[in-house]
Design a protein around this ligand. Structure first.
Ligand code: MSP
Length: 511
């Protein structure tokens, strides 16, 4: 069984921005960590149907399929650029997904979970949903967030959501780990409390043609959220036809973390999705878990095209390297909370933690080993208390690191690793190997100091690998330790030849 992680599938109505990049990097870091523990599988993808894509295509006078394909290519190239190691790719126009969605709709219809009804009311074109009085603001109006609102009467297909409210309430109450971080679970319970009414899961074809056709009523296509949410199971092999080349569903499900933003927990992932699965016959022990992250803002404001403050991750990766961006986006936010994006902070983090911290430790370690021991580290077992203290500190750091990953908090894992780097850099000052090198009586101690520094460098590089894979691989290469990646102390052989030092984190202010 593989540790299965997914992210939200990104809308293909506009180019990717830093928020999309953050989420994919977060999931990629989690999965790279998981791969150090056992088999793991990351599914990411694109949400290609729906009114927003149809409208964006109309504006350019091109077919929605062409529009979606063009934006999809932008996402794919960004994920390559940022080293997102995906195992599966969920694109909702994939015929395998469409067929599986139709099978689910048919099964729900056969079970009596769907019905057709006429509804008349106010409809938000932007949000693609009917509005009720709950959506009116203090002035009794539908605010600007809903965009154009029109009066519409329509016959549609509905999914019996309300019928499962008690089940969901009970499930969430009895599974406090359903949502991470915990404070979001409280928010979800409050939202479930307010749940009333069923979910409209179709759109008449005459109004929206860009969607998956209803298998038993050809005048309708599937509501984009219903289609999109199902990607998590269809691309994991659920209801797949033989020879589909999709994973074995039993090997992946249940998903251990749907990594999503706070804006799509309620109602989509916290209400519609578990109820859909429950109605499809998934037992409680087959329910997925949600990892809900916060938002990156820019100078305290939401990123938006109209404010002109949208940050382009591809450009940043070109300028500073994918690892610098990945490190900053993982280090400067706590999963679940919001953070403020700034290039200044990115550079501060890069220079202080990577160039001065990790880079400096590795570089001076290899240099000293070259200078004093012709590149050979050798363990002497002097049991020096200050060296023992580093070993003990590494043990504590490892505990903090694993615990942080269990909680989906890479920033806390990185903080723990940084503490170890600081301590090791402190050891260099404390032991002053350049002095020990002048005293023949201290040669055993010098050997052990250098071994401790080399082993700390190795361990730290291995611990950082999920976040900065390229740089960590370069460091391990220089330590000649690509085969020693285990996350435990003492894996560097007692006698080991290091490679040549080359700075891994060039400073940006020098250029
Ligand atoms: N297509 C839907 C998701 C369907 S999942 C079955 C969608 N797409 S989206 O492109 O609008 O957003 C994709 C993800 O990016 C969401 O999880 C969203 O929360 C996240 N983010 C969008 N802007 C963001 C920030 N500024 N910061 C962090 N994450 C952000 O919603």
């Amino acid at each position: 069984m593989k540790y299965f992680v997914t992210t939200a599938i990104d809308y293909t109505n506009a180019a990717p921005h830093i928020g999309h990049a953050y989420e994919k990097i977060l999931a990629d870091v989690i999965i790279r960590y998981r791969r150090t523990q056992g088999p793991a599988f990351l599914l990411i993808g694109v949400d290609q149907h729906g009114q927003k894509v149809q409208q964006a295509a109309q504006k350019e006078n091109i077919a929605p399929a062409d529009f979606a394909e063009r934006v999809t290519a932008q996402f794919l190239s960004l994920w390559e650029r940022l080293n997102i190691q995906r195992d599966g790719w969920a694109a909702t126009t994939d015929p395998r997904h469409k067929r599986a969605v139709q099978k689910v709709l048919q099964a729900l219809q056969d079970k009596g979970e769907l019905y057709k009804a006429k509804y008349s009311g106010y409809y938000s074109v932007r949000q693609e949903q009917f509005l009720t009085d709950k959506e009116r603001n203090a002035e009794g109006e539908f605010g600007p967030e809903w965009g154009e609102v029109v009066l519409l009467e329509e016959e549609n297909w509905y999914f019996r959501l309300a019928k499962h409210k008690d089940w969901l309430q009970n499930f969430v109450r009895t599974h406090p780990d359903f949502v991470t971080p915990a404070f979001r679970q409280v928010e979800l319970l409050n939202a479930i409390e307010r749940l009333s009414g069923d979910l409209c899961v179709s759109r008449p074809r005459e109004r929206l043609s860009w969607g998956i056709e209803f298998p038993f009523d050809h005048e309708y296509v599937t509501y984009v959220w219903f289609d999109a949410l199902l990607n998590y199971v269809t691309f994991a092999g659920y209801e797949a036809d033989p020879g589909s080349n999709l994973p074995d569903f039993a090997d992946l499900w249940p998903c251990r973390a749907h990594v999503i933003g706070k804006d799509i927990m309620v109602p989509a992932h916290g209400i519609y999705w578990p109820i859909m699965l429950h109605a499809m016959g998934f037992p409680d022990d087959q329910m997925p878990r949600l990892t809900v992250h916060g938002w990156w803002n820019v100078e305290g404001a939401k990123m938006s095209k109209s404010l002109g403050n949208v940050v382009d991750p591809a450009q940043l990766a070109d300028q500073y390297g994918a690892d610098a961006l990945r490190y900053y986006l993982m280090r400067d936010i706590a999963t679940g909370h919001d953070a403020d994006f700034s290039i200044e902070r990115l550079l501060i983090r890069y220079h202080s933690d990577l160039a001065n911290g990790l880079g400096n430790l590795v570089n001076r370690t290899i240099n000293m080993v070259q200078r004093y021991h012709s590149g050979l580290v050798k363990k002497s077992n002097t049991n020096d208390p200050e060296l023992e203290a580093i070993k003990a500190a590494a043990g504590l750091v490892l505990n903090r690191y694993h615990e942080a990953f269990v909680q989906f908090q890479p920033h806390a894992a990185l903080e723990a690793v940084s503490d170890l780097v600081t301590q090791a850099n402190g050891l260099v000052e404390l032991k002053a190997p350049w002095k020990l090198a002048k005293e023949p009586a201290q040669s055993d101690l010098l050997q052990d100091v250098l071994y401790t520094l080399a082993e700390t460098s190795r361990l730290v590089a291995a611990l950082m690998e999920p976040v900065i894979p390229n740089s960590a691989a370069k460091i391990l290469e220089q330590l000649n330790a690509a085969d020693y990646r285990e996350l435990v102390w003492g894996k560097l052989p007692a006698e080991h030849r290091l490679g040549e030092p080359t700075p891994v984190f060039p400073r940006f202010d020098d250029r």
